[in-house]
Design a protein around this ligand. Structure first.
Ligand SMILES: Cc1ncc(COP(=O)(O)O)c(C=O)c1O
Length: 394
């Protein structure tokens, strides 16, 4: 994703302010910092942009997931429903929380199929981790409704969908907590970084403590803070936050550019025989980071991926074979490979996860290609690309 395509004077200016203050840490050093509180500034702006009461920044999207799981009370032995098309971080953080990942199928939205989620619920289920993949949204209203009915916690991973909305509401704000990533290849970047967004005061209180060794952050003297809970160090530095402040200010322009490029490509490809687009529950809210389309068969999708590459159409991903994003290559996750024993070894999984069958997800992902939408394309480059795509897919 394209955050890194625009890094310039604004980022430099924000960073310089932090360097000039000499305070690189988000907490303390009040007198020395010359009024610079970049993490706080980024949090205020994120909360405003997302329309939530709280945003808490942390060191990565993975840290945001671990923090959200902890703050939502997900722990040893709890089952968490996850999609098989996501990034390994979702599985890693569930396992490291001591919880048990349970796969439900995805559908043509490339996100969790609400019907399959409902079927996967058992008495052990504590949470549903809905991941908004490739710039667009899951059927988040249906997932929220299922969670409400079954009294489950909905956590959203919006790492790949910063700025996407569902019927006007920011993706990441439908559940108890939403997680964002600002790593180098996300829509906006801090180099590394992440955030938890929430409307829930208690989730916020727990999240901000968890990312700083459990500090309650109630007084002005950090050394005198109480530690009601265990935490870790997932703090974001002021340097990273400074870059984030500049990047967040670019978000609307990024979205507008992606949407414009994607609309041209989508319109141009609409007539290509045997090609259909990924289902997007609210097309107007698509952040348009990717153009995802499906061919009728796996063979045709494999052939099309090769043909696009040969035609010089770069940035096309065939996720079905991907090491990070699709369950087929996750043997280390499925065998719970870890230098030390994980909690799941203690609770047991009950079945051999390496043998799990997800035929509906395979049927979708084996036919799907996603193409990255870049910001710096000129109109001419977009139309050249369209022409090359059409001839490669013909
Ligand atoms: C869907 C999803 N969730 C979580 C993450 C983790 O984010 P980070 O790299 O900031 O830890 C990523 C990163 O690629 C992602 O794509």
């Amino acid at each position: 994703m394209p955050g890194f395509e625009f890094i310039g004077d604004e980022e430099r200016r924000e960073l310089q302010q932090v360097i000039d203050s000499g305070v690189l840490m988000r907490y303390g050093f009040d007198a020395a910092r010359n009024g610079q509180w970049k993490c706080r500034e980024l949090e205020q702006q994120l909360a405003g942009r997302f329309g939530v009461r709280h945003a808490h920044v942390c060191s990565s999207g993975t840290a945001a997931l671990a923090t959200a799981l902890s703050a939502c009370g997900v722990g040893a032995g709890d089952a968490v429903i996850v999609p098989p098309f996501t990034f390994v971080a979702d599985l890693e953080t569930v396992l490291l929380a001591g919880a048990v990942p349970v796969f439900a199928e995805i559908d043509q939205t490339l996100c969790l199929d609400p019907r399959s989620v409902e079927q996967a619920i058992t008495s052990k289920t504590k949470a549903v981790l809905a991941v908004h993949m490739c710039g667009a949204m899951a059927q988040i209203d249906a997932l929220a409704e299922i969670c409400r009915r079954h009294q489950l916690t909905l956590i959203e991973d919006a790492a790949q969908a910063a700025g996407a909305t569902f019927h006007g509401r920011m993706v990441g704000t439908f559940g108890k907590a939403g997680c964002l990533s600002f790593d180098y290849v996300k829509t906006i970047t801090c180099g590394e970084g992440g955030a938890v967004v929430t409307d829930d005061d208690e989730i916020y209180r727990l999240a901000q403590a968890y990312t700083d060794h459990g500090h309650d952050h109630l007084g002005a003297d950090r050394g005198a803070d109480q530690h009601p809970h265990i935490g870790v160090n997932f703090r974001l530095s002021e340097l990273h936050a400074a870059v984030g402040v500049a990047q967040l200010a670019r978000l609307d322009r990024i979205l507008e550019t992606q949407r414009r490029h994607k609309a041209v490509l989508k319109e141009g490809l609409a007539g290509v025989r045997r090609l259909e687009f990924r289902a997007v529950p609210d097309p107007a809210g698509d952040s348009a980071t990717f153009l995802s389309f499906l061919l009728p068969t796996e063979d045709e999708a494999r052939h099309a991926t090769k043909a696009l590459g040969a035609a010089g159409v770069d940035g096309c991903f065939y996720w079905y074979d991907n090491n990070w994003h699709y369950h087929r290559k996750w043997d280390h996750i499925k065998t719970f490979a870890s230098p030390g024993r994980l909690a799941i070894d203690r609770f047991g999984y009950g079945s051999d996860l390496t043998k799990i069958a997800l035929p509906q997800s395979d049927a979708v992902m084996s036919r799907t290609i996603s193409m990255l939408i870049k910001l710096r394309w000129t109109e001419q480059q977009v139309s050249d690309r369209l022409a090359r795509m059409k001839s490669a897919l013909a």
